[in-house]
Design a protein around this ligand. Structure first.
Ligand SMILES: C[S@@+](CC[C@H](N)C(=O)[O-])C[C@H]1O[C@@H](n2cnc3c(N)ncnc32)[C@H](O)[C@@H]1O
Length: 387
């Protein structure tokens, strides 16, 4: 297998150099050192230049210039299965509202709206909060093509609502939130940041500030050990304690409970970069051209939600969740429709539920308030006890 990264074209390199100058200026203005969390924030979201803030293709096949595919890009069955949980959450909240945060190409929104309408549970409004201007435009195009008659129900927000009732969705959202890079050393906890070494970005450690030491207090890592702290994702989950009046958040992502996340064997952390379907570990390679991600510490998300007054309604693997939501029936219906569509559905389903693909690595967590009925997605195989 060829593991070399494809050479970016000249236009992409020029954008990356402009972002690099922006990063270098800020590093110099801060005295020569920048937190990795800030580097990741700019590399992903710097307006016009960051990975999501700029114009790169992101989703889809590498032949189309894409860097990765997500579950809704693989098959509409993902949104159809999810709809079977979203509908009951809206009903339990007595609020026919969906808020999708980080809606990517708009594929999931289109599939969900189609499935919810077919089941008689069309949301009164489908809100989308998306930081990327380029993706907002793509979302509008996707929805205008797939569900033109429902487009007037879709509203793009600039920030999270003060109060919300209904169902909040985030698929592969939390892994895109900036992480603090930290290292346990013999002389204490360090924060791994970014400096300039002969004009190139390079890792550099300094003693960790108190808020990082506090956040790492429960982590049983032994020096030498490097990993990440997902404080931004946990803070985002905690913020829903004030905002969620009634309903639930469904957050789907790759990640682990804390005891597995910080397992001694995972001593280099979980930071990964994605470029043209190659995964690499150098966040300083052409900044802004690769997606930068880290696994989600689901224990931290559950603690943040619980600490903010939300109920932790369920936690399980993506495979269990989708099967509980009736993915098998959806595939069977495709087989009845035609052999070809059945075969396509079976092969896509394998990617979603196989333990070697997304089935085990991806998890689903639900945080909620005022939802009395159990969620069907966690009916079998709930793993709350592992958090
Ligand atoms: C890996 S993509 C997943 C997209 C989509 N949910 C899917 O499954 O195809 C991450 C998405 O989250 C968005 N995003 C990242 N951080 C965000 C934040 N703090 N608020 C809103 N959107 C965010 C990105 O712009 C992008 O749309």
């Amino acid at each position: 297998m060829d593991t070399r990264l494809p050479e970016p074209d000249d236009a992409a390199k020029a954008d990356s150099l402009a972002l690099s100058r922006r990063l270098a200026d800020e590093i110099e203005a801060c005295g020569g050192w920048m937190s990795f969390a800030r580097y990741m924030e700019l590399a992903l979201h710097c307006p016009g230049l960051g990975y999501y803030g700029g114009g790169s293709r992101k989703f889809g096949a590498s032949t189309e210039g894409g860097d990765f595919v997500t579950a809704p890009e693989i098959t509409p069955l993902f949104g159809q299965a999810l709809a079977r949980q979203v509908g009951p959450i809206m009903a339990a909240a007595a609020a026919p509202m969906v808020l999708e945060v980080g809606a990517g190409s708009g594929r999931l929104a289109a599939d969900l709206l189609t499935a919810l309408r077919a089941s008689g549970a069309t949301p009164a409004q489908y809100l989308i909060l998306e930081l990327s201007g380029e993706l907002r435009a793509r979302q509008r195009d996707t929805l205008a093509e797939a569900v033109p008659e429902l487009l007037d129900r879709v509203v793009w927000l600039d920030h999270l609502p003060e109060r919300f009732s209904g169902c909040v969705l985030g698929n592969e959202l939390l892994d895109a939130m900036p992480v603090h890079a930290v290292a346990w050393r013999d002389d204490g906890l360090k924060e791994r940041g970014v400096t300039l070494d002969k004009g190139q970005f390079a890792w550099s450690e300094r003693p960790a500030a108190d808020f990082l030491v506090d956040a790492a207090a429960e982590i049983p890592a032994q020096a030498p050990y490097a990993s990440e702290l997902g404080l931004v994702a946990a803070g985002w989950a905690a913020a829903w304690g004030e905002r969620l009046a009634k309903g639930a958040l469904l957050l789907i992502d790759y990640g682990l409970p804390r005891h597995e996340y910080y397992h001694p064997s995972r001593n280099g952390g979980t930071l990964r970069c994605h470029y043209r379907h190659r995964s690499h570990d150098d966040p300083f390679w052409w900044p802004g051209l690769s997606d930068i991600t880290a696994h989600v510490d689901f224990t931290a998300i559950a603690e943040a939600g619980h600490g903010a007054g939300l109920d932790v309604l369920g936690y399980t693997s993506q495979a269990n969740f989708l099967i509980n939501c009736g993915l098998g029936d959806l595939v069977a219906a495709r087989h009845e429709a035609s052999e070809a569509s059945g075969l396509r559905a079976s092969s896509a389903t394998q990617m979603l539920i196989s333990p070697n693909e997304m089935g085990e690595l991806f998890k689903v967590i639900a945080l909620g308030r005022g939802v009395a009925t159990p969620l069907i997605g966690f009916a079998r195989g709930d793993r709350l006890h592992t958090l």
